[in-house]
Design a protein around this ligand. Structure first.
Ligand code: GDP
Ligand code: IMO
Ligand code: MG
Length: 402
């Protein structure tokens, strides 16, 4: 069984929590895209783990985890992260591997990222982790892959500065090297989770370009990044929040605005603890954007939606969702490519009754309040996709499977 867990919004949907939850019954977890721009949070017992490059399966002592082919890997960030989780009691030696075709993020690429960002007329709000510049070098075909630093001829072509940086990591990386396609061919019967990073609306092709990241966050990315072809994917999970958030710049049609929505943004941000894991930036918050979610379902062939953060609405009298966009006289419910259209669009809102009770501790779908079930049914009907997992808190056990 091979399943993909991807973000169906602008990232931070709770992918880390859900991958950790599903990983219990998996053998191998493969991160298929992005780099240290991601921040995936897992809470088990009293411990909070914040992962950036390391796949979320690492928390279990017996899972193999792999950084996939389409990732961009900063060795410095990787070993810092491994030290942090080691200090938290996680033993990772011998069970973490990296596709030998993954590209390396070098310090000079990080400088390029921040200097390009500061010279932009309209900054994107990047994480400064060298993501866009490393993917750009890859596309220009002068990037450096993990395999290249073990290839004598190729290595000799690097600058002295690059070699000096890489020398500190070369021997530590060597045992992690993996030919991912062969490995996957040898593990046809394993249960495998492909862990996405960012989200559909930050995907380089499907997202709100140019306000996107540079990797393929979409389900299709799980194939190239994960060493398999499309026919090998059995199930696609799309994770989304009961509302919307976005870190960094770019259009966000259902974003809360003080004049229209009062202090909703502050309430959601504080209740949902909406601050970036990687940069600590406050996340922008807004209504659940259903046209965008439906677009994500269609673009990724999502089989099963995973609804997270439902508990954040526990104290609300009414809950509103965006069901279409309005621009002037025109009302539409497709997710347009035009940034200008998205920036000028106003959300058309529909209201639902809140449940006014705590969802904490609920473990069965049948025990959810009727108002919460109505909200869930509406989303399912709108998107034409069933919601198979519901998350009602940040801990592993705060999860309902239908
Ligand atoms: P990811 O990037 O998709 O893995 O998500 P992040 O870890 O960046 O952000 C999700 C945040 O929400 C983390 O702080 C999680 O601990 C938390 N979280 C996940 N699921 C839930 C949930 O159902 N309810 C609440 N209140 N918090 C959640
Ligand atoms: P996870 O995996 C939310 C955003 C940045 C910025 C844009 C480009 O935790 O969901 P980059 O540094 O990638 O070039 O920045 O993308 N961004 C994310 N937002 N969650 C993420 O990852 C993100 N990774 C990148 O804020 O707007
Ligand atoms: Mg995150």
């Amino acid at each position: 069984m091979k399943s993909v867990v991807l973000g169906a919004q602008w990232g931070d949907e709770g992918k880390g929590k859900i991958v950790d939850y599903l990983a219990e019954s998996a053998d191998i977890v493969i991160r298929y895209s992005g780099g240290a721009n991601a921040g995936h949070t897992i809470v088990t017992g009293d411990t909070t783990y914040k992962l950036h490059l390391v796949p979320s399966g690492i928390i279990y002592p017996d899972k193999i985890v792999i950084l996939g082919t389409a990732m961009v890997v900063d060795p410095e960030a990787l070993f810092t992260e491994l030290q942090v989780i080691s200090d938290q009691g996680i033993s990772w030696q011998g069970r973490i591997f990296i596709s030998d075709r993954a590209h390396l993020v070098l310090p000079e690429y990080k400088h390029e990222d921040t200097s390009e960002e500061s010279s932009r007329h309209k900054p994107l709000g990047t994480t400064g982790r060298g993501i866009g510049s490393t993917y750009a070098h890859k596309a220009k075909r002068d990037g450096i892959r993990l395999a290249d630093i073990f290839d004598t001829e190729r290595y000799a072509l690097l600058t002295e500065g690059q070699k000096t940086f890489l020398e500190a990591y070369r021997e530590k990386l060597r045992p992690m090297l993996l030919d991912l396609v062969s490995f996957m061919a040898d593990h046809k019967d394993s249960t495998i989770l492909f862990e996405g990073a960012q989200g559909t609306l930050l995907d380089i092709d499907l997202g709100t370009y140019p306000y996107v990241s540079s990797g393929i966050s979409a389900a299709a990315g799980a194939c190239v990044g994960g060493g398999v072809g499309p026919r090998d994917l059995d199930r696609i999970y799309g994770v989304f929040k009961a509302y919307s958030t976005r870190v960094g710049n770019g259009p966000f049609p259902s974003e809360f605005h003080k004049e229209r929505d009062g202090d909703l943004e502050e309430v959601i941000r504080e209740t949902g603890r909406e601050y970036g894991v990687t940069t600590g930036r406050p996340r922008r918050c807004g209504y659940l954007d259903l046209p965008a979610l439906k677009y994500a379902c269609q673009a990724n062939s999502i089989d099963t939606l995973v609804l997270t953060h439902l508990d954040v609405y526990d104290a609300f009298d009414t809950i509103q969702v965006c069901t279409a966009y309005r621009r002037g006289e025109k009302v539409f419910d497709n997710f347009p490519a035009s940034i200008e259209t998205l920036e000028r669009a106003e959300p058309v809102l529909e209201a639902f009754s809140g449940w006014k009770t705590s969802l904490a501790g609920i473990r069965n779908y049948d025990d959810l309040p009727e108002a919460a079930k109505q909200y869930i049914r509406y989303i399912e009907e709108y998107t034409g996709t069933s919601i198979g997992i519901i998350s009602v808190g940040y801990r592993r056990e705060d999860t309902i499977t239908r």
